[in-house]
Design a protein around this ligand. Structure first.
Ligand code: ATP
Length: 234
């Protein structure tokens, strides 16, 4: 069953075409890593999927429903949660309130404050703290917890490990691996570290200049093919 289907999607910033006719489908439970150099269009693609940026052309179909014209909050209810670059928590609000608000805006399902804390135990001692007081790794964990509170079918994460210490990155990936093992959450993640992306994902998709230049099972790829796609050395 297809959770997400992107058809010939185009995203612009004024005259600049950042996403050029991207088509992509994610099956339920699949983990797809989106890679590509700076400016390749990854963030624009994710934001267009989530409804944070308008599509100039093409379609976004979520669980069989065309959501292209829908605002972000409706897509969240349809099952798409975005963990944006920079994480965008409400800084003045406590972690608990950040999670609670997300729960109220999302869908009912297996994820509640209790199950989220069981999956992300590092969050428990932080619940009373304002989000602005958290470290980078803690903020990323809180942002993932917040996304899960909405009971998404599809978790979309931008720049997963950006700005985190190696230890925090490891702990984050341990968490993501546990999530993947526990519940069937489909994931689309942007990861700058190619080795990590390949090790974690079922499938690797590489964007270059707004186009998909590689889309293949992660374990079928050798490093040369990935770097060629990434840098465009043909
Ligand atoms: P990065 O890893 O640097 O975030 P990216 O692959 O996510 O890169 P985008 O941020 O989507 O790429 O950028 C794609 C193109 O769109 C780039 O040329 C970028 O300069 C441009 N762009 C992105 N955001 C804006 C914006 N708000 N206004 C104008 N141009 C933008």
């Amino acid at each position: 069953m297809t959770v997400l289907e992107i058809r010939a999607l185009e995203g612009r910033h004024g005259d600049l075409v950042a996403v050029r006719g991207v088509s992509l489908a994610l099956a339920r439970g699949e983990v797809v890593a989106l890679v590509g150099a700076n400016g390749a269009g990854k963030s624009t693609l994710l934001r267009t999927l989530a409804g944070a940026h308008p599509a100039a052309a093409g379609q976004v179909v979520l669980e069989g429903v065309d959501v292209t014209a829908w605002p972000a909050h409706r897509r969240l209810r349809q099952g798409l949660a975005l963990v944006p670059e920079g994480r965008r928590l409400f800084g003045d609000m406590s972690v608990r309130d950040n999670l609670r608000v997300a729960g109220e805006n999302g869908r009912r399902g297996p994820w509640t404050l209790e199950t989220v804390l069981a999956a992300l135990p590092a969050l428990a001692p932080l619940l009373g703290r304002p989000a602005a007081a958290l470290s980078g790794g803690q903020r990323q964990a809180a942002a993932i917890g917040r996304a899960l509170m909405a009971n998404p079918e599809l978790l979309v994460m931008d720049e997963v490990s950006l700005g985190l210490s190696p230890l925090a990155v490891q702990s984050l990936y341990d968490t993501l691996a546990a999530l993947r093992a526990q519940r069937r959450v489909t994931m689309l993640i942007v990861e700058q570290d190619l080795a990590r992306a390949q090790a974690f994902a079922d499938r690797l998709v590489c964007l270059r200049e707004g186009r998909v230049v590689l889309d293949a099972a992660a374990d079928m790829l050798d490093r040369d093919r990935i770097t060629e796609a990434y840098f465009g050395m043909e």
